[in-house]
Design a protein around this ligand. Structure first.
Ligand SMILES: Nc1ncnc2c1ncn2[C@@H]1O[C@H](COP(=O)(O)OP(=O)(O)OP(=O)(O)O)[C@@H](O)[C@H]1O
Length: 230
């Protein structure tokens, strides 16, 4: 289970963009989080993925409370998450060939020797040809680069996937292919998913449940209004 409780987070402690928000995703479940641009979805997604330390609130991952974010998170917790962002060009080192980009988490965790086999399998899964694997980000389309970013998110076989507007910049067929690749992985691994976006048709079709940002609510003196999604 991924449990976010009373999360307050942002970029200025005096003006947080996420206030006392709670959200729970059951193990192996998929939850779509819908909300308008700028409401704080990405910030909450980054807190959930242990990439952004909240000002207050708690995150519990599969029963273990999170005590540190980013490099302060223990490796076991950090690598439980695969994350895909909206803009692949901001998420990819422009100097790396796609094969190295996909393998980068393996190298970072001392498993370089598994790279060749893992990259070949994942490339097929996300629909990247061998030829594309040898190219650098500026030599491929946004959709091709996002395919590589999804492969990178899957390479450590995470128990949780956080997809933040993963398909927002993609054409319909690439979007469908990436959603299918996520669902194939989830079906075989039992991984849970938090998918953030503003496309209710897509998220309703993709996820077990969807929840709107305004339904997450804030908590007030009379107790929690937050909606749990299990
Ligand atoms: N690095 C940052 N520094 C300062 N403010 C930020 C930063 N990132 C986001 N913000 C601000 O925090 C607020 C919430 O942003 P966030 O990206 O979480 O929203 P969102 O709901 O995901 O929006 P979108 O759907 O447009 O991506 C916005 O007002 C945004 O301008």
């Amino acid at each position: 289970m991924l449990e976010l409780s009373r999360i307050t987070a942002g970029y200025d402690r005096r003006a947080p963009v996420v206030r006392e928000v709670s959200l729970t995703v059951g193990s192996g479940r998929s939850v779509g989080l819908l909300g308008p641009s700028g409401c704080g979805k990405s910030t909450l997604a980054r807190v959930a993925a242990l990439l952004h330390r909240p000002d207050s609130g708690t995150v519990v991952v599969d029963g273990a409370p999170v005590r540190g974010w980013r490099h302060r998170a223990p490796r076991e917790q950090r690598t439980a998450f695969g994350v895909v962002f909206q803009q692949p060009r901001l998420a990819a080192d422009p100097r790396m060939r796609l094969a190295d980009l996909i393998a980068e988490p393996l190298r970072a965790t001392g498993r370089r020797n598994e790279a060749a086999e893992a990259v070949a399998g994942l490339a097929e899964r996300v629909g990247l040809s061998r030829e594309l694997l040898g190219r650098r980000p500026h030599e491929v389309s946004d959709g091709q680069l996002q395919r590589a970013c999804l492969a990178r998110a899957l390479v450590l076989r995470p128990r949780w996937l956080i997809c933040d507007e993963m398909t927002a910049m993609l054409d319909a067929s690439t979007a469908a292919a990436l959603v299918a690749a996520v669902e194939t992985y989830r079906a075989e691994s039992g991984a849970g998913l938090l998918a953030v976006g503003h496309d209710s048709v897509l998220l309703n079709r993709w996820c077990d449940e969807t929840v709107r940002w305004d339904e997450l609510g804030a908590e007030d003196a009379s107790g929690p209004l937050a909606k749990d999604v299990r």
